[in-house]
Design a protein around this ligand. Sequence first.
Ligand code: FAD
Length: 467
Amino acid sequence: RKADIECKLVVLGSGPGGYSAAFRAADLGVDTVLVERYDSLGGVCLNVGCIPSKALLHAAAVIDEAAAMSAHGVSFGAPKIDLDKLRSFKTKVVGQLTGGLAGMARARKVRTVTGTGMFVSPHEMEVRTAEGTKLIRFEHAIIAAGSQSVKLPAFPWDDERVVDSTGALELKDVPKNLLVVGGGIIGLEMATVYSALGSAVTVVEFMDQLIPGADADLIKPLAKRLGGKLKGVHLKTKVVSAKATKKGIEVGYEGDSIPETTLFDRVLVAVGRSPNGGKIGADKAGVAVTERGFINVDTQMRTNVPHIYAIGDLVGQPMLAHKATHEAHVAAQAVAGLKSHFDARVIPSVAYTDPEIAWVGVTEREAKEKGLKVGVGKFPWAASGRAIGIDRTEGFTKLIFDEETHRIVGAGIVGVHAGDLISELALAIEMGSEAADIALTIHPHPTLGESVGMAAEVYEGTITDLY
Ligand code: FAD
C-alpha cells in the first residue's frame, strides 16, 4: 500500500515530550510529522495538567493572601467569585500556550496530523483522522503518547459527580462537599483550589504520609496549614466503595482514620497515572511494552527497536513535564545523528500547594535506606527576614551533603515559592558543588533564596545560633 505521508521522523503525541522532540528535530533539519489525537497541541500538561492547575492555584493564592492580610490591617472583604470569568481566565491561559505551539510547529514546517495513531509495522503508522485513515511511512519514530489517570473500579465513573483531575479542572461549579481520594501532588493541588473557592474538602490517603515521595519533615508545615483549611486529612485510610445516590456519592472507608462524612457532592479520584504504552500498537512495530504499559529505553531513549525511541510519562517515573522535555531533546538529537544521551543526575519535583514543597536528588529517607553517609544543613525560615516580612515563616530549606566529599547530593524546600528556589540546587548538584561553594555564593538580601546559602552555612558550622 502506498503511504499517504513519507517522513524521516514521526512523533506520536504532542505533549511536552512530543512537541519538544518534534521542534528540536525540525530545528536540526529532520523532516518531521507530529501526530496528535486532539485538535489542541500540548498534551496533558498544557491542556489538562500543569498549566490550567497553576492558573487556578494562582487564584487560590490571591484569595488566601488577601484573607491573611486582614490580620495586618488590610481587609478586602469576602471574595466574590465569578466562576465563568475564572474559567475563561484558565481557558485563555491554556489557549495562549497551545496556540503558540501550533504557530511554532508551522514556523518549523513540522507537519501535524490530527488523529489517533497506531503502529502497523516497524516503519509504518496508521492514523485515524476525521478524513479517513492515513498511512505514514517513517525512518524513525519517537513515541510520546503519555499517560492517563488511573480509574479505580470501585467508583461509578458514569456518574458526572465522580471526576479525575481533568474533570476537576473543568471547574463546572464549586461543590459544597468535595472528597479527594489520593493525597499526592495532583490531589492536594486541586484540594487547595477548591478549598480556597469555598468547598469543604476531605482528603483520604492510604499511605502514612501526604506526597509520599518527599521527606516527612517537608510535609509537616503543609499538613499543619491544610489541617486549618480543609475539613479533614485522613492518612492510612482507603475508600473501598462508592455508590451514586440521589443525594450524592456515598462512600465507604477502611483504615486508621475514618472520616465522619460519607456523602459528597463531588469525588475527585487522584490516585496516580498509568502509561499509554499498551494502546499504540507497539507490538506491530516490535516495541516491547511492560505489563503496566511502560516502554523501557536506553540512555539515548531508544527502545528495543533501534530506530524507535520513547520519551516522557510512558518511559517511567517521575511523570513530570520537564523530564519529558529533556528526554525529548536527547531523542531528537539522536535521530538527527548527534551523540546525545540522557545524563542528568537529578530531576526536581514540585508540589504547587500552599506552602509549596520542592525537592531534588537524594532524600534523607533514601540516604538512610541506601546506607549513604550524609549530613544535613537546615535553615528555618523563621530566621529569614523576607519570610518574616511576608508573614510566612513556616518553611525551611534543607541541604543534604555527602559526609566524605561535602558535595551536595540532595535538597528539599518547603515554603512559598519553594518551586522557584529549587533550580539553584539542581544546578549545584549537576555541578558537583561542595557546601562551601553554596555558602560562599552571595545571595541577594532579603530574599527567600538566601536561605539556600544559609543552609549551607549551617552545614559548614559558620551559622550556629539558630536553634
Ligand atoms: P502527555 O502530556 O500525556 O501527552 C501525550 C499526548 O499524546 C497527548 O496529547 C495524547 O492525546 C497523545 N496521544 C496518546 N496516544 C495517542 C495516539 N494513539 N494517537 C495520537 N495521539 C496520542 N508535571 C509537571 O512537571 N509539573 C506540573 O505542575 C504538573 N502538573 C500536573 C497537573 C495535573 C492535573 C496532571 C494530570 C499532570 C501534571 N503534570 C505536571 C504531569 C505532566 O502533565 C506530564 O508529566 C506530562 O504532560 C507528560 O508529557 P508527555 O509528553 O509524556 O505526555
